[in-house]
Design a binder for this molecule. Structure first.
Ligand code: 5GP
Ligand code: ZN
Length: 117
């Protein structure tokens, strides 16, 4: 499915719900997280509605690769790359996924603990 009318992140990418846009192109949309967990906290999503990493199909390899490449571009544009940054993909409820449209958290601007909570 290319889009889901009831999905919050599809609606943000469509412009139906406002968000602080960081980057967009034909394949991906990136915006600031409404509840930032670091000085920089950007979410990047493929425009294609995929509920979670557990819903990826063989045909999704290219779009996920593109999304990751654009995440790296955004991190460089925001100068997160010099000190380092973290990409997070919560998958499923026990991992903390609350929005079921696959998204990569780009977190930077502070030191990160390991292991994550
Ligand atoms: P998850 O918990 O699924 O890994 O991440 C969902 C993220 O979406 C959370 O960090 C949450 O703060 C963010 N979020 C939820 N609703 C909205 C919204 O309406 N706008 C924006 N910009 N971020 C949202
Ligand atoms: Zn969606």
């Amino acid at each position: 499915m290319a889009n889901n009318d009831r999905c919050l992140f599809c609606r943000i990418a469509n412009g139906e719900i406002s968000a602080r846009k960081v980057y967009e192109d034909d394949d991906v949309f990136a915006f600031e997280d409404i509840n930032p967990q670091a000085p920089t906290h950007v979410l990047i999503i493929p425009r294609k509605h995929i509920a979670s990493m557990d819903d990826l199909g063989d045909g999704d390899a290219a779009i996920i690769g593109t999304t990751l490449a654009r995440a790296a571009d955004i991190a460089r544009t925001l100068h997160l790359n010099s000190d380092g940054y973290r990409l997070v993909v919560n998958t499923g409820e026990a991992a903390g996924q609350t929005v079921f449209h696959v998204h990569f958290h780009i977190l930077g601007g502070r030191n990160m603990g390991w292991p994550p909570g």
